[in-house]
Design a protein around this ligand. Structure first.
Ligand SMILES: Nc1ncnc2c1ncn2[C@@H]1O[C@H](COP(=O)(O)OP(=O)(O)OP(=O)(O)O)[C@@H](O)[C@H]1O
Ligand SMILES: [Mg+2]
Length: 227
């Protein structure tokens, strides 16, 4: 069974006087252990698609099935639970808590899952060590480089052992060499069996994935056309 399946997904934003069709008839599926890029220019619907895949938003048309669950049938509470249990997010702007140490940032998702403090710190520390940040545990975001901050964000995404890591332009704010390091980490995670969706406008970033889904004007287009 696929980890996720989108069938004829649409997302229309109702602006009152006008409707914006951000996604139109998108169908795709992702298997467990795959690393897939969603590639498209600005305004093509990438963030809209991430929000739907990540259960932050609901489609207005079509059916979305995640880990065997029809997401359309869930109420807000159930949607939040499947999100917290299944998905680890990585954003372009890291979204770390300011004034908070790396280890506490990484431990935060476990707090929402009701994991006791001692266990949270243990698991957050192990995840940061795995990503090469064992020497930066007590550093706050402003005391870390951009690449290090993104590694903390990645550790935070992984600490709950999610079925899916969903990353929106994870290298968008990084200098080239830092971006390459972060992409190498994504490849290592893929080699270790993680399922990863990498959302980007940059074909060079998408090239680290096994396959790319190309978005243009809210629709999936043939790979060659959008390149
Ligand atoms: N909340 C919203 N209300 C109305 N229209 C929206 C909303 N969010 C996005 N849109 C529109 O939907 C389309 C797709 O937007 P989206 O943010 O998904 O694009 P994107 O591919 O992520 O672009 P970028 O690369 O610039 O981040 C755009 O035309 C955008 O203006
Ligand atoms: Mg976007």
């Amino acid at each position: 069974m696929s980890l996720l399946r989108l069938e004829h997904i649409g997302r229309t934003y109702d602006m009152g006087h006008v409707q914006v069709q951000a996604l139109h008839d998108v169908s795709m599926s992702v298997e467990r252990g795959e690393m897939v890029a969603i590639l498209g220019p600005s305004g093509s619907g990438k963030t809209t698609m991430m929000s739907i895949i990540g259960c932050l938003d609901r489609p207005t048309q079509g059916r979305y099935e995640l880990d065997g669950t029809d997401v359309g049938s869930l109420n807000d509470g159930a949607l939040a639970r499947i999100r917290s249990r299944t998905i680890g997010f990585v954003f372009q702007s890291y979204n770390l808590l300011p004034g908070t140490s790396a280890v506490d940032n990484v431990a935060t998702p476990l707090l929402y899952q009701g994991v006791p403090r001692r266990e949270r710190v243990k698991r957050a520390t192990a995840e940061l060590e795995r990503l090469g940040l064992g020497h930066r545990l007590r550093h706050e975001p402003t005391e870390l480089s951009g690449g290090e901050q993104q590694r903390v964000a990645l550790a935070r995404a992984l600490v709950t052992q999610p079925a899916l890591v969903l990353a929106d332009e994870p290298t968008g704010n990084l200098a080239v060499h830092q971006g390459l390091e972060v992409l190498k980490l994504f490849q290592d995670l893929h080699d270790a069996g993680h399922t990863i969706i990498l959302i980007t406008h940059n074909p060079e970033v998408a090239a680290v994935a096994q396959r790319s889904v190309h978005l243009l004007d809210g629709a999936v287009v043939d790979g060659e056309l959008a390149a």
